[in-house]
Design a protein around this ligand. Sequence first.
Ligand code: PEP
Ligand code: MN
Length: 342
Amino acid sequence: MLILLKKGATDDQVAAVEERVRQAGLTPGLVPGKARTAITVTGNWGEAMIPDVRSMPGVMRAIRVSKPYRLATAEAADARTEIAIGEALVGSDNAWFVAGPCSVDEESRLLETAHYLKSLGAQALRGGAYKPRSNPYAFQGHGEPALQMLARAREATGLPIVTEAMDLEQLAMVEEYADVVQIGARNMQNYSLLKRVGRSSKPVILKRGLSASVDELLNAAEYILKEGNCHVILCERGVRTFASHSRFTLDVAAIPVLKALTHLPVIVDPSHPAGVRNLVRPLARAGIAAGADGLLVEVHPEPEHALSDADQALRYADVASLAAEARGISQVLNRSFGADAD
Ligand code: PEP
Ligand code: MN
């Protein structure tokens, strides 16, 4: 059962609802929220008191939820969640366009890339300062200096910054610079990190784990929502299968499935499942056609100088074509893609 309080509900009203739940022998779980408070109640027999709770002052809705992820489930909301990031509204009819290098390397190159992407209608700049690498000797990211470069790129272009935090220590630092915190695929089930980012004031992109089911992804999102951060964007980025012709297998079906199961925005990352440049555009087109609320794509002006994921980095001309294609596909679906291009 889920109880949603009205926006202006007073502390006394919230306390009275909690007390009513306790009287029924159940345990209320308070979910603090900037916009509104929610109370989750475990146990099916809580349903009996739904009509009673509904009539209490300060209560907006009291509903039975059938899923274990009570706040992430589509049943918990009467509209899709829309998250304002810069001038974009993620989860709306406008599909979000995020692009940038896998890892931040050189400042002038990053600035040039940011300006170019903005001219194509990109709405946010991605770039890793801390990189989760399979090999410990591989480039690990420039750390805080990279975050500072990203902040200067934001200042120069107005583009909000998306960057990853891999652990609790990095998160404190990343939050100071980022507009959106990315939780990478390898950390989708890092529950202490999820709880901590749930207390962050920054929106979160939560990437699907390498072998995670859709249910596991939604339960991971629930960890963040439960702490009060309702700004969670899910990202399908491919899963591991027996197929060896691409780096991962983009689970296109997961996009409409997730959109039916949750009110949260669902975006697609076509770069990591592709692994190679020539597969990125077809996968991106498939993701947008399947209804993704945005595209997170890796771009580098000179992939031969990229310090990570060089083979899958789109060049300028590729990303220009992709943006045009994504616009065309979105139009067919009565949506738009990205901001206006120059
Ligand atoms: C990335 O976005 O560069 C990245 C490491 O993604 P993932 O966590 O999906 O592998
Ligand atoms: Mn990458």
